[in-house]
Design a protein. Structure first.
Length: 291
């Protein structure tokens, strides 16, 4: 059955009458809806005027429903109960739905995964799906809750229809394994550099770092997801943002190599505008502790 909303009384009036019927009077309805007794009475009288029928009559200190009032109360009771059950099911389903995040391989492997157990300790049984990708993804169309990205100097920082939450600023560092670098790092041009064919963004960063690409010995690897492990294995050096390499630098698995200049990057969480689920906000709050 289609609904002609123009023929329906105001929802506020229907809710006030439903509460009056459920709680046996204006006072109980007022307490249930957290409004005044007079406000409930005014809404019920307005509904009667709209329908041109008497719905309730005063009987001493109580309110008695007329036949028309009892009929309306039954229909509204069923309708509002169905709405309440549907909303409860929707909220429960949303709460059970996991978190889907797209970010880079580096951030996934070096920042999030090593400490993900901390989030699960606070929010057990929450399914988290991390989609490592350097490519642009339509977050809403692909069903992601948000993207976590590093935005480099000179790159666009506008996401129409999205909210950008700044996490932190970081510098870019060159790093490689101690077996390759030795104990006294020198000119970055003398070391082999990890490379793959889709390195256009890395090329720009390396130029910002003051490197002359024509002087570099480029070592081809299969893809960006292999760079961190290849650097750890001593195959070559590459640029990392400092947050990604922080733990490896602190433990000595990687050694920083001086650069002629220091490019910088900012981390942003890019999330669709509007309300977001509580568990998604909790995950965003937790990410702030990592950066």
């Amino acid at each position: 059955m289609s609904v002609d909303w123009r023929e329906l009384p105001s929802l506020a009036a229907l809710r006030a009458f439903d509460a009056t019927a459920r709680h046996g009077g204006f006072s109980g309805a007022a307490r249930a809806l957290n409004v005044t007794h007079a406000a409930i009475a005014q809404q019920v009288r307005a509904l009667e005027a709209d329908l041109k029928v008497k719905l309730a009559v005063r009987d001493g200190r109580s309110i008695q429903l007329t036949d028309a009032g009892r009929s309306l109360a039954m229909g509204l009771g069923q309708g509002f109960s169905t709405i309440a059950e549907t909303l409860a099911d929707l909220r429960a389903k949303e709460n059970r739905r996991g978190i889907r995040v797209t970010t880079t391989t580096f951030v996934t492997e070096a920042v999030i995964m090593p400490r993900l157990s901390e989030f699960w300790e606070q929010h057990p049984d929450v399914e988290i799906s991390l989609h490592p990708s350097r490519s642009y993804i339509d977050i809403e169309r692909e069903g992601f809750d948000f993207a976590l990205r590093a935005v480099f100097e000179g790159a666009p920082r506008s996401w129409p229809g999205m909210e950008a939450i700044h996490l932190s600023e970081t510098r870019m560092v060159a790093a490689g394994a101690p077996r390759l670098i030795g104990t006294s790092p020198t000119d970055a041009h003398k070391y082999p550099w990890l490379w793959h064919d889709s390195n256009d963004s890395k090329r720009a960063l390396m130029e910002q770092a003051g490197l002359d690409l024509s002087r570099l010995n480029l070592v081809q690897i299969g893809g960006p997801s292999l760079q961190l492990e290849a650097a750890r294995q001593g195959i070559g050096i590459t640029l990392f943002n400092e947050r990604v390499a922080r733990d490896d630098l602190a433990t000595g698995r990687l050694v920083e190599v001086p650069l002629p200049a220091t490019p910088r990057a900012d981390y942003f969480i890019v999330v669709p505008s509007g309300p977001r689920r509580a568990i998604v906000q909790a995950f965003i709050d937790w990410l702030h502790t990592l950066f």
